[in-house]
Design a protein around this ligand. Structure first.
Ligand code: AMP
Ligand code: MG
Length: 361
């Protein structure tokens, strides 16, 4: 247990001395990481919780701060391709092409690990390691300052929506980690896509910032591992994190799919009944449908628009956390069209719903 969590503002504001402030902040954060402490940092997807990936003492602190199950391995973040050599065997051709095309970026690739170079807690006993090179200047400078690959799961308490702002990290982890590098809001807003190449096929273990369509541009064989297989507790998960409930606000979230008009009237009616029984309700909707909730008896979160999936991805976790601020006990979320990053949005909503899904015919 750390008592005081330091916060370094490394946003490139126009203030005099900004460069120096950023430099000093990253140096101090890097020093703490080298000393085996845990520091949260911004990436282009969500905030990560960094620790020296070679040190079990350091990685142990990540699991403790998050309250994360120990059989759920961590993604290792690198700043430069030369660092890959330290931790993984040389990649197969398809993985190498994925790196050339999408690194730095929101794509995590599972590779055969050099186990002696990594804490066994990072791989959770697997023979593979999941690696990513973030496309965020602060993340890369911090990894360089730490001088080691960083284990970096999302910087939230396990099961909660991932943090897309430094304030989210502080809310979940203040007092439990050594520091937070505050680089402002993240860009993509959802986690990286996790893939593993096997028998010349790209298996998508977790949809994310790079869509299946984008992967398909690079290689003809892409398969998304079915979310059902991922939530069936008896099935052996390909990606261990698939079996855990995730991304959830405190209230119970129900996902509602159907034509917009009927979906909205179903939600308003159901919410009115609950509200009449004294329960606090919320709805997650998108700009095009927002007007349908003028009479909604609770919190309305308008999360981006259907015309711009990136805007919904960017705002999703902030909206889910906003329901907690309103102490919503029951949350209705409209389904989102599943192309491009929409697949990742729906993956997160399904997990947050943990099986509460209504389809309106
Ligand atoms: P998070 O750290 O919250 O971004 O989640 C990381 C995701 O990557 C989880 O779903 C993990 O199960 C998955 N992952 C990490 N390492 C591996 C690995 N070696 N093989 C398969 N999946 C992995
Ligand atoms: Mg996470």
């Amino acid at each position: 247990m750390v008592n005081e969590t330091r916060i370094w503002n490394v946003q490139q504001d126009e203030d005099e001395g900004a460069d120096n402030r950023v430099e000093v902040g990253l140096r101090e954060a890097g020093r703490l990481l080298r000393a085996g402490e845990v520091v949260a940092f911004p990436t282009e997807t969500v905030y990560g919780l960094g620790a020296d990936a070679r040190s079990s003492d350091a990685v142990e602190k990540v699991y403790a701060a998050k309250g994360r199950p120990a059989d759920n391995p961590l993604i290792v973040h690198i700043a430069e391709l030369v660092q890959l050599d330290e931790i993984a065997e040389p990649p197969d051709d398809v993985s190498a092409r994925l790196m050339a095309r999408y690194w730095p970026g929101p794509l995590t690739i599972v590779l055969p690990a050099k186990l002696s170079a990594l804490s066994p807690l990072v791989t959770a006993g697997l023979a593979t390691v999941a690696v990513r090179m973030p496309d965020h200047p602060i993340a890369r400078r911090l990894i360089a300052a730490a001088g080691c690959p960083l284990a970096g799961p999302s910087a939230n308490r396990s099961g909660r929506p991932s943090p897309t702002r430094a304030e989210h990290v502080v809310h979940d982890l203040a007092g439990a980690i050594a520091g937070v590098v505050d680089g402002g809001p993240t860009g993509v807003g959802l986690e990286s896509t996790v893939v593993e190449v096997n028998d010349d096929c790209i298996y998508v273990l977790r949809p994310g910032g790079i869509s299946a369509e984008q992967l398909h541009e690079l290689h003809p064989r892409v398969e998304t591992v079915a979310p059902d297989a991922a939530t069936d507790p008896t099935a052996a998960p390909r990606s261990p994190g698939m079996k855990y409930a995730h991304y959830a606000p405190r209230g119970a979230l129900a996902l509602v799919a159907g034509p917009p008009e009927r979906t909205a009237s179903y939600i308003v009616e159901a919410a009115a009944k609950e509200a009449a029984r004294g329960r606090r309700v919320g709805v997650l909707t998108y700009a095009e449908n927002a007007e349908r909730y003028a009479a909604f008896p609770g919190t309305v979160q308008v999360c981006g628009s259907l015309a711009d999936p990136a805007s919904t991805a960017r705002g999703l976790y902030d909206s889910l956390r906003a329901f907690d601020e309103h102490a919503a006990e029951l949350i209705y979320a409209e389904a989102y069209p599943e192309h491009g990053i929409g697949a990742a949005i729906m993956n997160r909503l399904r997990k947050a719903a943990a099986g509460r899904i209504h389809t309106i015919g």
